[in-house]
Design a protein around this ligand. Structure first.
Ligand SMILES: *Cc1c(COP(=O)(O)O)cnc(C)c1O
Length: 423
């Protein structure tokens, strides 16, 4: 085997790229048994909500240790259904993590309520009891925490806070299925937990979502909500030999199909295996970046089992001559499909225009956004793929590093980020 020789001239400057073809940041893994499970459903003739949905829900509830799991058509539908179950409506405020996908906040707006954006801890990029407390008002009706990148938030602190305010705690657990906090699985840590079955998530059904809860009343409201607000489904009516149904609430068609559930059920069976592989890849990255101070992986806390949806690093702008945009483009040119998660939601034009949010609302999330990069991470990556990504990162960071002398010479460089956090 020939050891690949890494040319130091960057691909973006005309050098030879580390990889010939772009490695994506995520890729679903579909095996022959997954395909066979979907084909079985096609042959059964029962395409939408049927036996596979119920089977998937039971397996999911068991996996996360919740009384109920309700399958929906997307993670966004799961978040919307959670807001509906809690009766969130006009005049209400819901505290939402700011560094997340837009859907975490949109679900509040769907209900006519107002999201209030909580800042994140600069090391973990998770909301904290302190950052959530800063958003409290007499109108606060719920909290939505986000397990960013797959690391569960500090649920002891968040639960204690929610209980002291007497408001429910919702987990946007779209990144953290399979993770745990003090030995307790994600999905049983908040009053309602929302998951996505999107193609890049741990359990990929193409599209899909799940809400888990121990509260039977909320579970019932969510089941109705996904089916137009109707009080029974067609299978129950068939079993009772009845045609009549009543619409109780205004609901949506947010159902998951049997086709998707068959795939999701198979994928769920491989969850612990796929997380184990994700963890190995994350360790390999961690070890490779130990000697690279210009690049800092997110902090992980010992009381959590990380689900490793994303491997995120923060660049240290004081040690680099290039900004994140250029580092991003240089890595893409090397064949590494880096990504950025996320533009903080309060900086999207829609929120600025409709809710008057602006720069300065969540300084730590905003600062993090300028420095973030997501490196490829999916279970089917080989060690050689990981090593390519490491080689490309070290090549690009090496090319754009300030000399150690220049870094040491400037006192501003040492203190800038920490001073800002507390200032
Ligand atoms: C994926 C995701 C969602 C939305 O899920 P969809 O299934 O794509 O609707 C919501 N929140 C977070 C944090 C996500 O990563």
């Amino acid at each position: 085997m020939n050891t690949p020789e890494v040319e130091t001239r960057l691909a973006i400057d005309g050098g030879r790229p580390v990889r010939e073809s772009l490695l994506p940041y995520a890729r679903p893994e579909i095996d022959d048994d997954d395909i066979a499970a979907v084909v079985d459903v096609l042959r059964s003739g029962w395409l939408t909500t049927g036996p596979r949905v119920a089977e998937f829900e039971a397996a999911f509830a068991e996996q996360v240790g919740a009384r109920d799991a309700i399958a929906l058509s997307s993670g966004t539908a799961a978040l919307h259904a959670a807001m509906h179950a809690l009766g969130i409506g006009p005049g209400d405020e819901v505290i939402v993590a700011s560094l997340t996908f837009a859907a975490t906040a949109n679900c509040v707006v769907f209900q006519g309520a107002q999201p209030v954006f909580a800042d994140v801890d600069p090391q973990t990029l998770l909301v904290t009891a302190e950052s959530v407390s800063a958003c409290k008002s007499p109108r606060t009706k719920a909290i939505i925490a986000v397990d960013f990148a797959g690391q569960p938030c500090d649920y002891d602190a968040l639960r204690a806070l929610a209980a002291s305010w007497n408001v429910p705690l919702v987990a946007d657990a779209c990144h953290s299925l399979g993770g745990s906090y003090r030995g307790q699985p994600v999905g049983s840590l908040a009053d309602l937990s929302c998951f996505s079955l999107h193609a890049v998530k741990h359990v990929a059904a193409g599209e899909g979502g799940v809400v888990t809860t121990d509260n039977a009343e909320w579970a019932g409201r969510i089941r109705r909500f996904r089916n137009h607000g109707i009080d029974s489904d067609h299978r129950e009516r068939a079993a009772q030999g009845s045609w009549s149904y009543q619409m109780i609430d205004l609901g949506y068609n947010y159902r998951l199909s049997d086709l998707q559930s068959a795939l999701a059920l198979r994928q769920l069976g491989k969850l612990s295996q796929s997380i184990a592989r994700r963890r190995e890849i994350a360790r390999r990255y961690d070890q490779a970046f130990v000697g690279c101070p210009a690049l800092r992986p997110l902090a992980t806390r010992p009381e959590t089992e990380h689900a490793w949806h994303l491997y995120v690093v923060q660049l240290d702008p004081d040690r680099l001559t290039a900004d994140r945009r250029l580092v991003f483009q240089a890595l893409r040119a090397e064949g590494v499909g880096v990504n950025v998660h996320y533009l903080p939601v309060h900086l999207h034009p829609y929120y600025r225009e409709q809710f008057g949010t602006a720069e300065g609302d969540c300084p730590a999330a905003e600062r993090a956004y300028e420095q973030l990069l997501t490196l490829p991470l999916f279970p089917a990556m080989t060690d050689a793929d990981v090593d390519d990504c490491v080689a490309a990162v070290l090549k690009v960071i090496g090319a754009y590093s300030r000399s150690p002398a220049a870094v040491a010479a400037s006192p501003r460089l040492v203190s800038a980020s920490t001073a800002g956090d507390h200032g």
